[in-house]
Design a protein around this ligand. Structure first.
Ligand code: GLY
Length: 352
């Protein structure tokens, strides 16, 4: 097992290894003073892991409740959120009790936001069951639900008490979902770790993922420690996300997040090359790596549709957007781009 410690407004450990679901009870006993825990999960994950998580908590002496909601981004909404809060109130959970997010990014984001707001804050643990949630969503304290006008528009920064990345839970992940998480792994390499990119190119890390996952989490830890509230360097984590957001939104959120980010990284790299900010050789290397991990690199959506969706992105601040621009293999930097210049970036990205 590897442990990465995050020192943000709350200090907590992210543990990465096998068999960690069975240690949930001990972890909860360290994190929660009360004796009641509510596990929040979805209909994809609960059939596989809810009873194992429940037994571990019961062995540690907890009374265990469960709130299971229908799987899918479309359920990360106000209705599910309020139903969860009402359920916690009905069951009389107190501030000493705790929540456990058992699932992927949707479960983690929604549970975290409920934990941040129920009784003005109760503790919670993250137990990410997807690669994407392990390397990104579960670490760093961004919690949210979607509004009708867009993704993650209501939320809070609220750190978990601990994160348990149990690699055994990936055994039941469809290959497609695992490949989706690889986009975020490649993203860490492109932000600032050329060695990681080379390691990923040398062989499929998914056969023995602990070291690579821990390395990605350590990169995220560094950025979160520098800029917990996302006003500066943490925004590097948005590489590929500005155009990716447009693609995801154009697909009506039918295209998975990681796939949209993979296309977004390709397009912003191509644009950076056209604008003289990045060496040409970066693009074929990136495209090859993304394809090796089963990820798409192009989109058919028209520029005008993509632009309209990109402009509704919350990463925009007034008339400027902080674009993450690759400047080489394993190197990126933040680049303030006037919104009026976005069509040029997009057209160059699309190869026009
Ligand atoms: N998912 C990007 C961040 O946590 O900042």
């Amino acid at each position: 097992m590897t442990t990465v410690t995050v020192k943000a407004s709350q200090t907590y450990d992210v543990k990465i290894g096998r068999g960690l679901l069975d240690t949930l009870g001990e972890e909860a006993a360290r994190a929660f003073q009360g004796r009641t825990v509510c596990i929040v999960s979805d209909t994809n994950v609960a059939p596989h892991y809810l009873s194992q998580a429940t037994h571990s908590l019961e062995r540690a002496g907890f009374t265990v409740l469960a709130f299971v909601f229908p799987a899918g981004e479309e359920h990360k909404n106000g209705h599910t959120y309020l139903s969860l809060l009402e359920y916690l109130a009905q069951e009389h959970l107190t501030r000493a009790d705790g929540l456990v997010a058992l699932g992927g990014g949707v479960v983690g984001d929604l549970t975290g936001f409920a934990a941040a707001t129920y009784l003005r804050g109760i503790p919670f643990l993250q137990l990410p069951t997807t690669l994407l949630a392990a390397v990104d969503a579960s670490v760093g304290g961004k919690t949210a639900i979607d509004l009708e006008h867009g993704k993650n528009l209501a939320g809070a920064f609220y750190q978990p008490k601990a994160v348990l990345c149990d690699l055994d839970t990936w055994a039941t992940l469809p290959a497609d979902i695992l490949s989706d998480g690889c986009a975020e792994v490649i993203k860490y390499g492109m932000i600032g770790d050329a060695d990681l990119l080379d390691t990923l190119a040398q062989g499929d890390f998914r056969e023995d993922p602990e070291e690579v996952v821990a390395r990605c989490i350590a990169h995220k830890r560094d950025l979160v420690e520098q800029d917990e509230f996302d006003t500066g360097s943490r925004q590097l984590l948005n590489l590929g996300h500005t155009i990716g957001h447009g693609i995801e939104a154009c697909s009506g959120y039918q295209l998975a997040h990681g796939k949209a980010v993979a296309i977004g990284m390709t397009l912003v790299t191509r644009a950076a090359i056209h604008l003289g900010l990045c060496p040409e050789a970066t693009l074929p290397k990136l495209v090859n790596l993304l394809r090796e991990y089963g990820l798409p690199t192009e989109t058919d959506y028209p520029a005008a549709d993509l632009l309209a969706k990109m402009l509704s992105d919350k990463k925009r601040a007034g008339d400027t957007i902080s674009l993450v621009v690759p400047t080489g293999w394993g190197k990126s930097q933040l680049y303030p781009v006037p919104v009026s210049q976005l069509p040029v970036w997009l057209d160059r990205g699309l190869g026009k």
